[in-house]
Design a protein around this ligand. Structure first.
Ligand code: SF4
Length: 163
């Protein structure tokens, strides 16, 4: 569980919305994968999708490592100790939505930002083929349900849980 893979630099150049141009955005935080025995192409068991990078994630460039993320990772690690479980952590929005009036604070992503970034997480889902997806919070749930053009959902045969 200690080893992980981040997306290649070429996948960190998205300009689909203005968030990337915010001077407080340091990293485009892509999905982090802890592959199972089949490697990254063998599909993974469990994928967690959170809202967006916060201050810590933006600085370090890894998803779901802030306060709550740290607790979640510890719990997941403990529950899967000794098992060969492939796990991924990602965000529904990859660039930190900093509060415009106080950049030290975060704000939830807007619907246009959720829609703009949706193709990134959908690409990860298609590539990683997770057996189960856990959506962490309202933005993640809204972001995956939202497709302004088609109203399309993630593969409805997949097990999706929202926390
Ligand atoms: S938030 Fe998403 S859509 Fe917007 S620039 Fe960043 S990666 Fe691209």
């Amino acid at each position: 569980m200690a080893e992980y893979i981040l997306s290649p630099a070429a996948e960190k150049t998205c300009r689909n919305c203005p968030l990337r141009d915010n001077p407080h955005v340091r990293n485009q935080v892509t999905t982090e994968v802890h592959p199972g025995p089949g490697g990254i192409n063998g599909g993974i068991d469990l994928m967690f999708i959170a809202e967006a990078p916060g201050k810590v994630e933006n600085k370090v460039g890894r998803p779901v490592i802030g306060g709550t993320g740290k607790i979640l990772r510890r719990l997941v690690h403990r529950l899967n100790e000794g098992k060969e479980t492939g796990i991924a952590y990602g965000n529904i929005v990859r660039c930190r939505p900093a509060n415009e009036t106080d950049p030290h604070k975060d704000r939830p992503p807007t619907n246009p930002e959720l829609i703009a970034c949706r193709s990134n997480i959908m690409r990860d889902i298609a590539r990683l083929k997770p057996k189960q997806i856990v959506l962490l919070g309202k933005s993640a749930a809204t972001g995956l349900a939202l497709d302004a053009a088609t109203g399309e959902r993630v593969d409805p045969s997949k097990s999706i849980y929202a926390l």
